[in-house]
Write a protein that binds this ligand. Structure first.
Ligand code: THU
Length: 133
C-alpha cells in the first residue's frame, strides 16, 4: 500500500479522536503484514494519565485481534478544527510499543510535514537502542 493511501486512512481515524482536554486530535493507520489496516485515535481521560495515544490504540486493537506482524504505520495529528499542519511524531511510549512487535530495521513510520509531504522513517531511526528482551 502507498504511503499516500495510509495517510488518508490515518486522517479518517483522526475524525474519531476523543480529546476534550487537549483539543489535539491524532489518528493512526497501522498496516499489518496480513494486509489489514487497523485504525486508532487518541482517547483522553478526565484523570489525564489514562489517556491512550492513537498509535497505541491501533496496536492494541490489532494485537487483540490476533495480528503480530506489521509493515508500517501512518500518523497525523493537529489542533481540533484544523487540518494537520506539521509532523506529529510518535511519543516515546508508543515507540517502545512498536519495538515490542516490530523489527526496528524494517518497520516504517510515515508522517506528514508542514507542506503535506510524506516522510518515512524506520523505527530504528526514531528509537535507537530501543529495549527488547
Ligand atoms: N498523542 C497521540 O495520540 N500520539 C502521540 O504520538 C503524541 C500525543 C495524543 C495524546 C493526547 O491525547 C494529545 O495527543 C496531546 O498530547
Amino acid at each position: 500500500m502507498k504511503n499516500e493511501e495510509l495517510i488518508l486512512e490515518a486522517k479518517k481515524a483522526r475524525e474519531k479522536s476523543y480529546s476534550p482536554y487537549s483539543h489535539f486530535q491524532v489518528g493512526a493507520a497501522l498496516l499489518a503484514k496480513s494486509g489489514k489496516i487497523y485504525h486508532g485515535c487518541n482517547i483522553e481521560n478526565a484523570a489525564y494519565t489514562p489517556t491512550n495515544c492513537a498509535e497505541r490504540t491501533a496496536f492494541f486493537k490489532a494485537v487483540s485481534e490476533g495480528e503480530t506482524e506489521f509493515e508500517k504505520i501512518a500518523i497525523v495529528g493537529g489542533v481540533e478544527g484544523k487540518e494537520p499542519d506539521g509532523m506529529c511524531a510518535p511519543c516515546g511510549v508508543c515507540r517502545q510499543v512498536m519495538m515490542e512487535f516490530c523489527n526496528p530495521e524494517e518497520f516504517q513510520i510515515v508522517l506528514m510535514d508542514e507542506e503535506g509531504r510524506h516522510k518515512e522513517f524506520l523505527l530504528k531511526e526514531l528509537l535507537p537502542y530501543g529495549f527488547k528482551l
